[in-house]
Design a protein around this ligand. Structure first.
Ligand code: 2RA
Length: 349
């Protein structure tokens, strides 16, 4: 029999994309049960072309479920993932709650699919969208050259902050459109007023060097996630990683500039060959023709896009790259669906 799937957080920004992805990919699931907060229960959503009624999150909601995909806030995950596991489901969780637990694998199928098989707690964690937006390309380069240091800056889309992030950018863009704003200190801030939403500064006509919550010594949680999660996925617990996370006025698709240093000397031609052959990666690197990935072109697609590949001028072991990935697809829902397919394959034997 086909495994039974539950999607928890079905009405959220990632949940909606997940339902679309489950409708597009091979139909390997029996029932797909949609679960959300009691507030959303009773709503009808379309999955695989049929309307399905959302049920409220409860212990009984997991009856008969083999695999549960969670996309909910950390505290909801902490409370409900163990309930789903106790009811016999394998959980794939997109919250931060379990990502660094040594008994919970953190899986990106193109990089460490093997890790999904060992899950002492019955949980597999899905990485943060910013890590996921670059790690498939880096995993491919690491396999060939051996990664020894990573320095990245992110250019993160507002949908990483959920529906509230998107609503905030859209409202601010309409407040500033067709105006002369952007030439005087504070003019954008005055125009958007108190509609900052989840961001600490205006996001329209602006760039905000912050994502996540404040951690020790001025680092943001998002920056530490990139470090911790990259180390775990690549199996390099000591890898030096420095990240600076920046929010930009893009709806969906995170971008990153990457300085990656390797054990061995690199060439652009060699890197091109590796990236062009890597599953899940698309190389678009012809600056003479104006060809490089941008969020406007990448949004809605599945792969990790890489361009601007250069060897560092002062270091023959280092590469500079520009990487883009749809933060709601590979950055969240698609990776969850892919991990679910790995588990379903096992359950079917
Ligand atoms: C963001 N990565 O972009 C976060 C969401 N998990 O805000």
């Amino acid at each position: 029999a086909k495994p039974q799937l539950a999607v928890v957080g079905a009405t959220g920004a990632v949940g909606s994309v997940l339902l679309g992805i489950l409708s597009e990919r091979a139909d390997i699931w029996g029932e797909i049960r949609l679960i959300a907060s009691p507030r959303s229960a009773g709503r009808k959503l379309t999955v695989r072309g049929a309307e399905v009624e959302v049920v409220a999150l409860s212990e009984e909601a997991f009856d008969g479920i083999d695999v549960a995909m969670f996309d909910v806030p950390d505290q909801v995950s902490a409370q409900w993932v163990p309930v789903a596991v106790s009811k016999g489901a394998v959980v794939i969780d997109n919250a931060g709650t379990f990502r660094l637990d040594p008994d919970v694998p953190l899986v990106v199928p193109e990089v460490n699919a093997h890790a999904a098989r060992v899950r002492p707690r019955g949980i597999i964690a899905n990485p943060n969208c910013t890590t996921l937006s670059m790690i498939v390309a880096l995993g491919a380069l690491h396999a060939e050259y051996g990664l020894s240091e990573l320095i990245v800056s992110s250019y993160q889309a507002v949908s990483g902050a959920g529906r509230a992030g998107v609503d905030t950018l859209r409202a601010q863009v309409s407040a500033v459109s067709g105006t002369e704003l952007g030439n005087t200190p504070g003019d954008v801030r005055r125009a958007v007023g108190d509609t900052l939403g989840p961001f600490p500064a205006p996001i329209a006509l602006n760039v905000v060097p912050w994502a996540g919550s404040l951690q020790e010594d001025g680092w943001s949680s998002e920056e530490l996630k990139i470090r911790d999660e990259s180390r775990k996925i690549l199996g390099l617990p000591e890898l030096p990683v420095t990240a600076t996370c920046v929010r930009v006025p893009v709806i969906t698709t995170h971008s990153l500039t990457v300085h990656a240093r390797f054990e061995n000397e690199v060439t652009v031609a060699g890197a091109h060959e590796i990236l062009a052959a890597a599953p899940g990666v698309v190389l678009t690197d012809d600056p003479a023709a104006g060809e490089y990935p941008t969020p406007a072109d990448v949004v809605g697609t599945d792969p990790t896009w890489v361009g601007r590949v250069r060897r560092s001028l002062d270091d023959p072991r280092a590469l500079e790259l520009f990487v883009c990935g749809d933060n709601l697809r590979k950055g969240a829902a698609l990776n969850t669906a892919q991990v679910g397919e790995l588990v379903a394959g096992e359950l079917r034997g």
